[in-house]
Design a protein around this ligand. Sequence first.
Ligand code: ZN
Length: 156
Amino acid sequence: MAPAPIYESGVPWNPERPDTVIISCVDGRWRSQIQDFTLNYLKTDLHADFLAVPGGIEPLTLFDLVPKDFNFFRRRLEGLIEAHGTKRIVAIAHQDCAWYKQHTRFPFKLDLRERQVADLKRVASRLHEAFPDLAIETYFARLAGKADERVVFELV
Ligand SMILES: [Zn+2]
């Protein structure tokens, strides 16, 4: 017998499969703005599937360098798309990403934003090849405003 619940969510269950998967970093500082972007710009509800690992799409760039990480991510994304009938993949990278800061594989100092944008573009073309029927969208979130108090999203 199932144990007595300790909490009942007031949010009603929706059994319908969302047609969008959002791939982002796990960094919680950006989550509220990503949810706002999801709702008000992407026009998908908060019900969209959400695939988050540190660094977001970064494992999908590791085909040659760290095939283990690449395959882990790819297998799960493929499984999700197949099972859920996904029609749209949205990848969002963000400024000041700790994973990108920690995993600089280059001997020279490459601008992090440039590298993340290049990664988003590489991954988008790989995803286009792998899933020709799916819409692929990529965005970069960064701070804005006089005191970096706001978050804006750029199309990549
Ligand atoms: Zn991050």
